[in-house]
Design a protein around this ligand. Structure first.
Ligand code: SF4
Ligand code: SF4
Length: 286
């Protein structure tokens, strides 16, 4: 039995949570370094990834970390106003974390498992305090999924589903994710649960009408996700699992063909069978 994974709420003394930390190079990583040099104690079970800016952390990284078995994800950046880049990436990270918490809630994961904090290069002791606090909270929460009452396989499948729509979420929420609000309270209301529900309700899928497609291959060349299967004289088909729902194919399809449909509130119809995908040109049999 894996002693590190044993326990949970109420039996947590033996449980060592896996924490993945994304730390910005200039502040939090330097703070962590100072913490180590100063021999301040913090949990040994945090694994650190150093990034140049906390703003580099994408929602997909966070979800992938949980999918890979992290019990908690930590993002450490510079204090607001002290980001080393004019882009002030720490605000982007803050907005992303607030959205990430809403999404985690939606799939039944305790949002407290995702945490962002500001630590400057001179705050080695603060890094130790934050990590000790996060570590003990995660210990109390227990292993991912266990205290949430969700089976590991079910949780993985929910995370996979969410990971697939991250590009769409990033695309549609681009402006909000780039909000630079002053005050944490404003971030709390940046993404409400109702808005996140609506986001999923209104999420479109795209479908190529086999009766209209003329196999001109324009959409295939323009699709940024390589989600369209087609070729010369072949009716094109969208691979729904790869599609990031950007709508580029719909814009690219020439109006005289108008073959791409945008569907909301229902799944895309199944693609035509392989045998029926050869395009019948005038004067030629299909
Ligand atoms: S919406 Fe169209 S262009 Fe965009 S990823 Fe899906 S298939 Fe490709
Ligand atoms: S652009 Fe339109 S007509 Fe051309 S291959 Fe794509 S769906 Fe078919």
């Amino acid at each position: 039995m894996d002693r590190g994974r044993a326990g949970g709420a109420g039996a947590g003394f033996d449980f060592k949570p896996k924490i993945l930390g994304f730390l910005c190079n200039w502040c939090c990583y330097a703070g962590a370094d100072l913490c180590g040099v100063s021999r301040f104690q913090y949990p040994p079970y945090i694994r650190i990834i150093r990034l140049m800016c906390s703003g580099r952390v994408d929602l997909a990284f966070v979800l992938r970390a949980f999918w890979n078995g992290a019990d908690g994800v930590f993002i450490g950046g510079c204090w607001p106003g002290e980001c080393h880049y004019v882009t002030e990436g720490n605000y982007d990270a803050l907005a992303m974390v607030h959205l990430g918490k809403r999404l985690l809630e939606r799939i039944g994961v305790n949002p407290q498992r995702l945490r962002i904090e500001w630590v400057s290069a001179s705050e080695g002791i603060r890094f130790a305090e934050v990590m000790n606090d996060f570590g003990s909270r995660l210990k109390a929460m227990g292993p991912l999924g266990k205290t949430e009452g969700v089976e590991s396989s079910e949780l993985k499948s929910r995370l996979e589903g969410l990971m697939k729509v991250v590009p769409y979420i990033n695309l549609t929420q681009k402006e909000r994710l780039a909000s630079h609000l002053r005050g944490d309270g404003q971030y709390e209301s940046l993404f409400t649960a109702e808005e996140v529900d609506r986001l999923f309700r209104e999420m479109p899928c795209y479908y190529i009408d086999p009766d209209s497609c003329q196999a001109c291959m324009i959409c295939l060349r323009r699709c940024p996700a390589e989600a369209i299967d087609g070729g010369k004289d072949r009716i094109h088909v969208i691979e729904q699992d790869r599609c990031i729902r950007c709508g580029t194919c719909m814009e690219a399809c020439p109006p005289r063909f108008n073959a791409v449909r945008r569907i909301v509130g229902a799944p895309a119809p199944p693609p035509p069978p392989e045998a029926a995908r050869t395009l019948a040109r005038k004067g030629r049999a299909r």
